[in-house]
Design a protein around this ligand. Structure first.
Ligand SMILES: [Zn+2]
Length: 91
């Protein structure tokens, strides 16, 4: 790594940092399930787009599960947490 040849002043540092802010994305509501979604995308909750079902979500989740098993990966962290909670409730 190179070594900075000159000191950056407070102002230079702050001027550079003025472009670091994250921009909030505009969300719309799904016409089918009324949840907030990214515009011009298929709804990730119900699989609807433009008022009709484009992706069959139950089939889609089964496909994901199969792909995960084929890759030898376990379930994502969130599902594991939920399973733990369920197991604790049963006790
Ligand atoms: Zn939806």
């Amino acid at each position: 790594m190179g070594i900075p040849s000159k000191r950056r002043t407070k102002q230079q540092k702050r001027e550079r940092a003025s472009h670091f802010a994250l921009v909030k994305i505009g969300l719309t509501t799904c016409t089918h399930c009324k949840k907030e979604i990214i515009p011009h995308r298929v709804c990730p909750f119900c699989g609807y787009y433009g008022g009709r079902e484009v992706v069959k979500m139950d089939k889609y989740f089964k496909k994901l599960e199969r792909q995960r098993k084929a890759r030898g990966q376990s379930k994502p962290k969130e599902e594991k947490k939920e399973e733990k909670k369920d197991a604790e409730k049963k006790k």
